[in-house]
Design a protein around this ligand. Structure first.
Ligand code: ZN
Length: 289
């Protein structure tokens, strides 16, 4: 894979910056589902507790008078014991990184939450003393209705992926904007709703021809390694839906020349794609943002 460097990506009328919320570790077996350890361990070497290092990534999109955050990071509400078990390494997280870009919490106009798993949605709210407040008080929070409904009543299989203290403060908030399926959330920013990882997980596409579209794939494709079709996390509630959605979305990404961004890849935050001689979608050029 070749490497290119862009400081701030400009696509259409928008500027895009990646926001590094921190790092954490998840069980490598869980991240790769049916793939045997000898195959994934070469790609993402596990630590002594079998955890693989995962980025916690949000994306900042600015333009057209809007300051938009895609996902909000893991936040500061994870209990200490669990934080240690997941080897969370996070200083000031997303709010600190935004501050370095000259953006305060009140400046964010929109948050597009790809889904409500705690590693993406924990940062929507912040613990201040005994209180939990919205981290971005002026932001509309765009979430798929199916996603919110599932997050409030998950199955026994995936209940550990959600935390009530992330989800319940959103319910009834005037900031919440529920979406029903694919739509254009803001001019040139559309979402594709998928159901394999978790119901209503949305891929966010920032598009404007003739510039390349930028797509945050969320956990439909968590890392560059998950471009391989059978590489599907055991966390997914409907792995065969993930498979079909990956085929559909990645084929569109290749056809339309998208730059794709992965939420959890520590080495390849974003890349362009191509089809190899077998017709498989593979990374072409790494795009460092
Ligand atoms: Zn995730």
């Amino acid at each position: 894979m070749q490497e290119g460097r862009l400081k701030t990506l400009r696509t259409g009328g928008y500027e895009i910056d990646l926001v590094d919320d921190g790092l954490f570790g998840l069980d490598g077996g869980s991240m790769f589902g049916i793939v045997p350890r000898h195959a994934w361990a070469r790609l993402m070497p596990p630590d002594e507790a079998n955890r693989v290092d995962m980025a916690l990534r949000a994306v900042l999109v600015r333009g057209g008078g809007r300051v938009i955050l895609i996902d909000a990071g893991i936040g500061n509400k994870i209990p200490k014991k669990l934080a240690a078990r997941m080897n969370i390494r996070r200083d000031e997280g997303t709010p600190g990184k935004l501050r370095a870009l000259g953006i305060g919490p009140g400046d964010i106009t929109d948050v597009i939450a790809t889904h409500l798993h705690f590693d993406h949605a924990g940062g929507l709210t912040t613990q201040v003393g005994c209180e939990i407040i919205l981290t971005y008080p002026n932001a509309r929070i765009h979430v798929q209705r199916a996603c919110l409904e599932w997050a409030r009543r998950p199955s026994e299989k995936d209940a550990a992926s959600f935390m009530a203290h992330d989800v319940e403060p959103l319910v009834g908030s005037p900031n919440l904007h529920l979406l029903d399926g694919d739509c254009e959330v803001l001019p040139g920013i559309r979402v594709i709703s998928t159901n394999g990882h978790s119901p209503g997980t949305q891929v966010v596409v920032v598009s404007h021809q003739p510039s390349p579209s930028f797509a945050f794939l969320s956990d439909l494709v968590s890392t560059v390694h998950h471009l391989r079709l059978p590489y599907i996390a055991a966390f997914d509630v409907a792995p065969l839906d993930t498979l079909n959605e990956k085929k559909r979305v990645l084929s569109q990404a290749v056809d339309e020349g998208w730059i794709v961004c992965f939420p959890h890849d520590t080495n390849t935050p974003a890349c362009t794609l191509a089809k190899n001689e077998k017709g498989e979608v593979v990374a072409r050029n790494k795009v460092a943002l």
